[in-house]
Design a protein around this ligand. Structure first.
Ligand code: SF4
Length: 428
């Protein structure tokens, strides 16, 4: 029997041009598929399609299609699911979006997995073999990280120049817009044994990878142990972190740099402390931004930062204030997003209750399109000003400045900075 894992793009591979090239350079196979592949009996044949870079052949022979869904790609995922179901193939949907809206997902699937899939998967396969798939598989317990196997990387030699690794899950912070942590299993921080993570990294073929953990600063002692063990593997990577620990723990920065870290991705979110407090991100103190960026640079790593506009505490002045402050920060990549109320978050529930949601066309929940009524400006003002500020920081002049700065950090940071800066520009 054959299982086909499908990673949906936003619109399908035909719709990508330049982005398709960038997708190939720094995208990687989703670790969730590799983990499920590792938990699948060897009697199954397994294949995977990445819809953003490959064309889907709906006539191929397969018995079970499993699709991972997040909000922005949900319409495309449903389209793919419907096509396979028309051919009589059973379809399972899982991921953050079906976990938040299982009844919606069920309209396009034979089964919906709610929550983490590792413990559910063996039973789901047995039910599939016995032709008695359940409509919903609900993971009620937190999955023990010791039970998460190393992914079976059967896909990465085919298309990806990069890989992704997950050493930990969850984040105890409760930023009210964050889809990751607004479910019970998302809030509990769990780490995998360092030895297993290192074993996994040793076995990935690309030299460059990303840690897709929510943050590698939640337990600095764990991350230090990980970085020390990584030091001699001759790999390059980037990871996510929070500003508070990165500001005060220079030993962590040194160990990360020695381990091959090229860049830290940090959700700076806003230059307004009032907005930071409003969104509940206790890790961020505006006054620590500039000094932290300098410290990370001093240790030979780049800083990739995200900002969000549209909080109820933001008014139209926030754009000029952000422009002035960010210009002095020397960030290596800066991305400006609009606040996006993902289903399943307190933010979505609040805006829905206040009748401020403008559309539930999930393809517009791309962090670039305004989908709700902001409090202190019009949706058009929020939309246009966000695009304008991104254009300023993605101008050729600023991109060249970022690339020039990256040269001193080495070859991989240079390639990485070039790719991500042009990728951001091409998305405008
Ligand atoms: S710190 Fe990051 S991962 Fe954690 S809740 Fe906030 S936004 Fe989400």
């Amino acid at each position: 029997m054959k299982i086909l894992f499908v990673y949906p793009g936003i619109k399908g591979s035909d719709n990508y041009n330049l982005n398709k090239v960038f997708n190939k350079i720094f995208s990687s196979e989703p670790p969730s598929f590799g983990i499920l592949a590792a938990l699948t009996p060897p009697s199954y044949q397994i294949d995977m399609i990445d819809d953003s870079i490959q064309k889907i052949d709906y006539n191929q022979s397969c018995d079970l299609v499993c699709i991972t869904v997040y909000t922005m790609n949900a319409p495309r995922a449903y389209q793919i699911a419907d096509e396979f179901r028309k051919k009589g193939v059973k379809v399972v949907l899982g991921g953050w979006h079906p976990s938040a809206l299982p009844n919606e997902a069920k309209q396009h699937a034979d089964s919906v997995v709610i929550g983490e899939a590792e413990e559910i998967w063996p039973q789901l396969l047995k039910d599939f073999e016995n032709s008695c798939l359940k409509s919903f598989y609900n993971q009620l317990r937190i999955v023990n990280p010791l039970k998460i196997p190393n992914p079976r990387r059967i896909f990465n030699k085919r298309h990806y120049l990069s890989a992704s690794v997950q050493a930990s899950r969850g984040c105890p912070n409760r930023c009210f817009f964050c889809a990751m942590t607004n479910r019970k299993y998302g809030r509990i921080y769990r780490t995998r044994p360092v030895k297993e993570v290192i074993e996994e990294i040793k076995n990935i073929s690309p030299k460059f990878f990303q840690f897709n953990d929510n943050s590698l600063t939640i337990d600095p002692n764990y991350s230090k142990e990980l970085f020390i063990s990584l030091k001699n593997l001759n790999k390059k990577f980037f990871c996510n972190g929070n500003i508070n620990i990165l500001n005060r723990d220079e030993n962590l920065l040194k160990l990360a740099s020695d381990a091959g870290c090229c860049a830290w991705a940090i959700g700076l979110e806003s230059v307004s402390q009032e907005s930071i407090n409003y969104l509940g991100k206790k890790t961020n103190k505006i006054k620590e931004y500039a000094s932290t960026i300098k410290k990370i640079h001093d240790h030979g790593m780049m800083v990739l930062a995200d900002f969000i506009f549209g909080f109820d505490t933001d008014n139209i002045d926030i754009f000029n204030k952000t422009k002035d402050m960010v210009s002095d920060m020397n960030l290596d990549l800066v991305t400006f997003n609009v606040l996006t109320p993902l289903p399943g978050t307190p933010l979505f529930d609040k805006l829905k209750k206040e009748r401020r949601i403008l559309t539930e066309d999930w393809s517009k929940y791309d962090f670039k399109t305004v989908v709700f009524k902001p409090k202190n400006m019009s949706p058009e003002e929020l939309q246009n000003n966000t695009i304008e500020i991104q254009k300023i920081f993605s101008s050729y002049f600023n991109i060249m400045k970022n690339i020039a700065r990256s040269i001193k950090f080495g070859f991989y940071p240079f390639v990485f900075a070039t790719t991500i800066n042009f990728q951001e520009k091409s998305a405008l």
